[in-house]
Design a protein around this ligand. Structure first.
Ligand SMILES: [Ca+2]
Ligand SMILES: [Ca+2]
Length: 77
């Protein structure tokens, strides 16, 4: 078990593994996560942390960037 916040755990449990917290964070369903979408689910993630995860600096996290962030422990899976 990786170290994640209680809300993140509850969120993950609520979706029973069908979708990850990151996927569920995509509130407009466009396949990428903006800073607002990330912070709505994971308020601990700062703009600075988001920028570090946004590898191509386009202002959104795509699936590969989310996976990299999760692999690096920057975002709960
Ligand atoms: Ca989105
Ligand atoms: Ca990006």
């Amino acid at each position: 078990m990786t170290k994640v916040s209680l809300p993140a755990i509850l969120f993950t449990v609520a979706f029973a593994g069908a979708v990850s917290a990151a996927t569920a964070a995509d509130s407009n369903g466009d396949g990428v996560l903006t800073l607002d979408e990330v912070q709505a689910v994971m308020p601990d993630i700062t703009a600075e942390a988001f920028s570090a995860m946004d590898l191509n600096s386009d202002g959104a996290l795509d699936e590969a960037e989310v996976q990299s962030a999760q692999d690096a422990g920057l975002m709960p899976a």
